[in-house]
Design a protein around this ligand. Structure first.
Ligand code: PMP
Length: 291
């Protein structure tokens, strides 16, 4: 496996960074999780735009143009001969001293890994998953805005630990007002009376690229979808529930905190959306060609 690290494609053993890198010391940095399907990097430009927006938010100057960044991602897939894979792009504040100040970090560290990922089993994709709600609240946008895909994922990890302790693969996260935000690494949707609802980004969630595609799929299918705030009451009483994210793709949720959602199976609207999403991921319009 060849990994891009600061301008070079190196073997995994050579892909090392300093213990003084503030990405390691303080979680000071940003990342993107991207997929390639069928020889195309899925929605590449949108991932790059989101990366640059996160960089702006944390005052990090990315040492590449958007075009160069896109080339790095495409080349990392190409050099590893991968046409269907998961890409992790990371930009840290770089090497500094032991103080937190980024003024001592002259050069950001950039690396890009292309590999595979499997979050759930085939059985889970077919039958849906049982999730719990974490006690851990999602970060408030007034502290660390969940729109920043930062290297500090402790908020989500703590929620994931709660899920693991209860034997669940995933957790829903609420904001401080009890509004459902998202799962630890996925956006969330409920279906009620044939309408799909997903929380607005400002309640405290990542503006998911897969979420945008799900919204487009619903529009194409003639399924009504709205951004609306909802609570656990609405989740427990929904007809269907599902999650979406680059790594997870789209997966049905069939129970939440021990309450069965709808029939307890992947519902018909969820199934239609999942099918449309998978079909779209195979098309030429879905992304940038790896050539
Ligand atoms: N929310 C969180 C917290 C995430 O980390 C992610 C990405 N893994 C998502 C939602 C989904 O975003 P995307 O569809 O862009 O992968």
């Amino acid at each position: 496996m060849k990994i891009f690290l600061d301008g070079k494609y190196v073997d995994e053993a050579q892909a090392t960074i300093s213990v003084f890198d503030h990405g390691v010391l303080y979680g000071d940095g940003i990342f993107e999780g991207i997929r390639a399907y069928n020889g195309r990097v899925f929605r590449l430009d949108e991932h790059i735009d989101r990366l640059f927006m996160a960089a702006t938010a944390i005052c990090l100057v990315i040492p590449y143009t958007k075009k160069e960044m896109a080339e790095i991602i495409v080349n990392t897939c190409k050099i590893n001969n991968l046409s269907d894979c998961y890409v992790r792009l990371v930009i840290t504040r770089g090497k500094g001293d032991l103080g937190i100040s980024p003024t001592k970090c002259p050069k950001p560290t950039t690396f890009c890994i292309a590999t595979s990922i499997a979050l759930y089993t085939t059985e889970m994709y077919e039958n849906g998953i049982a999730v719990i709600t974490a006690m851990q609240r999602r970060n408030k946008p007034s502290t660390i805005d969940p729109q920043i895909k930062s290297l500090n994922y402790l908020n989500n990890i703590l929620a994931k630990i709660e899920a693991n302790r209860l034997g669940a693969p995933e957790a829903l996260m609420l904001n401080h007002d009890g509004i459902v935000c998202e799962a630890t690494g996925d956006n969330v949707y409920i279906v009620k009376d044939n309408v799909v609802y997903t929380p607005p980004i400002y309640v405290g969630c990542l503006d998911g690229i897969t979420r945008k595609v799900i919204i487009e799929c619903c529009e194409k299918l003639g399924i009504k979808i709205c951004e609306r705030q909802f609570t656990l009451f609405n989740v427990y009483n929904a007809d269907e529930c599902f999650l979406s994210g680059t790594a997870a793709e789209a997966i049905a949720v069939t129970s939440v905190d021990g309450r069965t959602i709808g029939t307890g199976k992947c519902g018909p609207i969820t199934a239609k959306i999942l099918e449309a999403f998978r079909a779209y991921a195979k098309t030429e319009e879905c992304g940038t060609k790896i050539q």
